[in-house]
Design a binder for this molecule. Structure first.
Ligand SMILES: [Zn+2]
Ligand SMILES: [Zn+2]
Length: 280
């Protein structure tokens, strides 16, 4: 814990109480009630709020850019290739990660192999725990599942040894047993592939599957498929940042209207919806 929450950090006392307020959060030593502390946390957090699923040009699954007239982006359409019933029940981005912004930079700096950035770790851990506290129930509801009984993290593409940086960072604060996921030897790649990962068999429950970044979503959906094949009945993906590249022609209009915003506890990707004008 001290590794990510240096004792010199004011977060130790201010954030400490915050993680005891929800049944799937493990209280830190000395935890007390925490409404005021959660308030403090939220005020420290800045995101690029996901656009509603029903908005034209926005993918209903990942909230990335979709071509006019399409409900999903091209990549999310490709995920159907993974097979019937193997996709995640819900994909919930907490924020966009617009290439070149400080938030997008923090998503790779926090896990830098040589020198992980403590400020990025603190900011992302704060965001993740606050989001799960405020919107976890929105996610489970949207996925049509009970509160998750297991936690898994999408493995990194490079196959680095040791626990995933996201799991190492957030795992100690989440009161959920882990379901292991590993890359199957010889199956590295970027396409959706139900054989890419091997999941530990851990019963028919609901799994919270975390990832730091969503680019094409192929890794997260391949991991969801592996979890389902190993017996999971439900899988909900929560991703810190949905990648948006302003230089990409299809992404440019979305990137142009995104702006950093204070974190809003009354709003998340599956909290606010716009009616589909086509009525479908
Ligand atoms: Zn999509
Ligand atoms: Zn919500």
């Amino acid at each position: 814990m001290g590794k990510f929450w240096p004792m010199s950090s004011p977060f130790v006392t201010r954030l400490g109480p915050l993680v005891g307020a929800h049944p799937y959060h493990r209280p830190m030593p000395g935890s007390t009630t925490a409404a005021g502390a959660w308030f403090t946390l939220r005020r420290r957090t800045t995101i690029y709020p996901p656009e509603p699923a029903g908005r034209p040009g926005i993918c209903a699954v990942c909230r990335g850019p979709a071509r006019p007239g399409y409900a999903r982006c091209y990549q999310c359409g490709q995920h159907d290739l993974l097979g019937r019933g193997l996709l995640a029940d819900a994909v919930v981005p907490i924020s966009y990660a617009v290439k070149g912004t400080a938030f997008a930079v923090s998503l790779w700096r926090y896990k830098s192999w040589r020198s992980p950035d403590p400020a990025a770790r603190t900011a992302l851990l704060t965001l993740l725990l606050t989001f799960l506290h405020d919107h976890g129930r929105c996610v489970w509801r949207h996925a049509g599942m009970p509160a998750p009984g297991r936690l898994a993290v999408v493995p990194t593409g490079c196959g680095r040894p040791g626990p995933h940086p996201l799991l190492a960072m957030a795992g100690p604060y989440l009161r959920l047993p882990r379901t292991g996921l590993a890359i199957r030897p010889g199956e590295q790649g970027r396409d959706p592939n139900p054989d890419r990962f091997i999941a530990e068999r851990s019963g028919p429950g609901a799994v919270l599957l975390l990832d730091d970044s969503w680019v094409s979503g192929a890794s997260a959906q391949s991991a969801a498929a592996a979890l389902r094949r190993a017996g999971a009945r439900h899988v909900a993906v929560v991703v810190l940042g949905r990648h948006v590249d302003p230089a990409d022609r299809l992404s440019a209009p979305l990137a142009a209207r995104l702006a950093p915003s204070g974190y809003d506890p009354d709003r998340c990707a599956v909290h606010t919806t716009v009616p589909d004008p086509s009525g479908s």
